[in-house]
Design a binder for this molecule. Structure first.
Ligand SMILES: [Zn+2]
Ligand SMILES: [Zn+2]
Ligand SMILES: [Zn+2]
Length: 153
């Protein structure tokens, strides 16, 4: 099943980088191409997956460059980093700029975006209780997606 957040092309990634002052280099173009392929195929991927895909187009693309580019794209809001309970990190292309969370299926490694957040009252209570100055939060929800649950039955 195709997820609706898969649509992205290499040019729009290059444009985002360019707007942020990262000029187009050959390795960045290769990584952008790989990213567009990954997004189109599978949606969620590891950096190793991405690097492998980039090297198929040009074997000289470095691992460090791939890591740096992914980091930059997370900062720019193009990609989301999602951590699984076992510490594995996967990435996916973001739908929009809105704050959101993920349901991560630990069986098929699928990432589902949800637009629901923690109740404001919940956060308020924590701030008050610990006199904490809040700047943000992350929330990862682990489990099994509907399709994987069906397979088991
Ligand atoms: Zn996301
Ligand atoms: Zn699943
Ligand atoms: Zn939230």
């Amino acid at each position: 099943m195709k997820n609706y957040f898969c649509s992205i092309n290499a040019d729009s990634i290059i444009q985002k980088l360019d707007e942020a002052g990262f000029r187009q280099t050959h390795p960045r173009r290769i990584i952008a191409n790989a990213l567009a392929r990954m997004a189109g195929l599978e949606c969620d991927f590891t950096i190793e997956d991405l690097w492998r895909s980039a090297r198929r187009e040009d074997p000289t693309v470095g691992r460090a460059t791939t890591f740096r580019t992914v980091d930059t794209l997370i900062t720019l809001g193009v990609l989301d980093q999602v951590s699984f309970a076992n510490g594995e990190d996967r990435y996916h292309v973001r739908i929009g700029a809105e704050h959101h969370h993920h349901l991560t299926c630990e069986t098929c490694r699928k990432i589902i975006e949800i637009d629901t957040c923690l109740p404001a009252q919940f956060l308020e209570n924590i701030i008050k209780k610990y006199n904490f100055s809040l700047s943000g939060h992350r929330l990862e929800i682990f489990g099994e997606c509907a399709e994987c649950q069906k397979k088991i039955q």
